[in-house]
Design a protein around this ligand. Structure first.
Ligand SMILES: N[C@@H](CCC(=O)N[C@@H](CS)C(=O)NCC(=O)O)C(=O)O
Length: 249
């Protein structure tokens, strides 16, 4: 397969790619040493891609369209069997499914509580109404209420992810000696936090924070370079565009 990969994904008003599910695929593509073209799509328009799930990430490679980060990772392993595997053997793949479910049902809902108000601030006005309505439904409260309790939320969160800490005390990566899709699933959740907010989610000496830093260094700093501190787009224009466009907060 020689065609270029197109990755459809969300972006903030300042062009930061913050979506955790899309970061799973971004890291998967970089793991396979594949360059890709990133195409931004607004939240309300995802259905126009024509997928069944109406979610991003989705990729297009020639005539092939694949949606869902898990399906995309499987597709990449099938298409590029000679490049480093994302999953490995069938039992390993099964265990990655657990990591995916834990992340989707424990890490993401809490991360949403921690970052959603900041994401809203950074979002293009076009996406804001949709984002507030759908995310407040998910949270069961307003974005502001979720943010108001984040000190308590983050304390509970650090305890809830202790099994990851224990794993990383025994081995450098969630997948063992080298990183794979399970690492990218969890790294992507923390990348969401890193790119969406300045709020401190992990203490610097936490083994999970150290693993995250190692993750950012993977593939020539692929994940690190996107942050404004490292030359990426990001926080610099927050507030400014809002004022310029006279959009209510
Ligand atoms: N299981 C899917 C979930 C993807 C997902 O939920 N993506 C979010 C963006 S981070 C989305 O597209 N949401 C659509 C919406 O909120 O309408 C995957 O792993 O790709």
């Amino acid at each position: 397969m020689t065609e270029d990969v197109i990755l459809y994904e969300l972006a903030a008003a300042d062009d930061t790619r913050f979506s955790p599910f899309c970061w799973r695929t971004r890291w998967g593509l970089s793991h396979k040493e594949l360059s890709f073209k990133s195409v931004q799509i607004g939240f309300p328009d995802i259905g126009e891609l024509g997928g069944f799930q109406r979610t991003v990430p989705a990729i297009r490679v020639g005539e092939t369209f694949v949606e869902d980060s898990w399906n995309i990772a499987e597709f990449l392993d099938e298409m590029y069997p000679h490049r480093a595997a994302l999953f490995g053997c069938p039992p390993a793949r099964g265990a990655v499914r657990f990591v995916e479910c834990f992340t989707d049902k424990v890490i993401h809902p809490t991360m949403l509580r921690l970052v959603s108000r900041d994401v809203f601030d950074r979002m293009d006005p076009y996406d804001r109404t949709y984002f507030r309505r759908t995310r407040e439904e998910m949270l069961g409260c307003t974005l502001e209420e979720a943010q108001a309790s984040r000190e308590q939320t983050v304390q509970a969160f650090r305890k809830a992810i202790h099994p990851i800490r224990l794993t990383l005390n025994k081995q450098p990566w969630i997948c063992g000696g080298t990183p794979g899709h399970a690492d990218y699933i969890v790294l992507a959740a923390f990348q969401w936090g890193r790119l969406a907010t300045n709020f401190k989610i992990l203490e610097d000496d936490d083994p999970i924070a150290k693993w995250f830093q190692r993750g950012l260094d993977l593939h020539d700093g692929f994940g690190r370079r996107v942050h404004p501190d490292d030359g990426g787009p990001g926080f610099s224009s927050v507030g400014l565009w809002k004022e310029a466009m006279k959009v209510p907060g």
